[in-house]
Design a protein around this ligand. Sequence first.
Ligand SMILES: [Zn+2]
Length: 472
Amino acid sequence: MAQSEWELVVGLEVHAHLKTRTKMFCRCELEYGAGENTRTCPVCLAHPGALPVLNALAIEHTIRLGLALDCEIASHAVFARKNYFYPDLPKGYQISQYEDPLCGRGRFALPTAAGDREIGIVRAHLEEDAAKTVHAGGATGRSVGADYSLVDFNRGGTPLLEIVSEPDLRSADEAMWFLRLLRQTIVEIGISDAEMEKGTLRADVNVSVRRHGEEGYRPRWEIKNMNSFTCSGRAIGAAFRQQIAAHEAGETLAQSTYDYDADTDRLTAHRSKEEADDYRYFPEPDLVPVEPPAELVERLRGEIGERPAERIRRLEAAVGFEQALELVTTGRDGLYDRLVAAGADVRTAANAVMNAIVTAAVDPAAVNADELALVLAARDKLPRDVYAEAVARSADPGFEAAPFLEQTSVSDESALDPVIESVIAANPEQVATYRGGKEGVLGYLVGQVMRETQGKADPKVVNRLLREKLRG
Ligand SMILES: [Zn+2]
């Protein structure tokens, strides 16, 4: 099998629970970890005659996301019923969006060391999540083989954002990188906690392969509900290998849903993919179309700050791609920006933020950047322990650089020169020993200089000057 002849084609469907106080169409409060079936009402339990009412904040959050992904924001968006029968869906349909989503075509510029990779966004729409089914008994935790199943309706009706990408991703790493940066974007614009381990962010991964240079796409496998980045990456790798093997063996692959088993690193067919028609979509008759006013869209646009991908690009010019990436993905670039604005050198600031600040376990948000910038400017003149102490205190209330700056080490050669000369003159024996080849005695002489300067001399400079003078 020659994997190198094949190209991986990946698209993602990402679901994020929106951060709202109440559900999408009723006033039940959303609370992670609340007792089972304690957050329900006639609307989200689909009692006859109960009518949905739109959650305005969920609409705003969806528009925010659309703006962050450069999507076209619809002037007329429609909710639709997606009909299917499952115990976690009491109405027998899910209220979703089909033909007229809130957010249309967009793009995501994914920064890489070799420049931006543009990942197309097909759409982003708003829907309600289904309830949560727990299958008890049986080995797999799935419905097949379970003794019985229980449904917790607390999750039913949670506002859910679905983002669909074009199949523009070409490696498992690239797909993971896109997912991570998309997640960071979602979290930063404040619309979701997007925590995979809590299930507030889930990804469906669509994978196909084709020969290099081939036009069009072959049938894809849809791997549902991936709940970790690592697992998604491994599932993509497994699908890549299995599909190549199947194509090379002359098998015809069908488009279908697959489950990934992390223990065996294999994918198994779940069920054949329903065609869109199977859902019998039609406009939701109980909700009017949403027509976001232009002023609202413009206000929300004004609230979207610089996105993580943009910040990586901006910082790259100053500190290089790798460091820019690290600063932004760890959320430490805010402190970096504040230090640079306070006059710190870009590289010194980046290094301090990624190293000394981390070592000292200081909260970047609490750091007094103006004062720390003064410490950074004097860094080369400060004894190492004084510098470390200053950094460690930089988030303390009332932190000031001045007391630390007074402890400047003397590295100025003209200031050190007479001291070194006098130490050499006062220690003829040690000097002779050193010149005789026993270099270990240098430490003693450095110590004498440090004593003469009350510890303010820069030991590195003293070391170098002593060696030079003793050589001559
Ligand atoms: Zn409810």
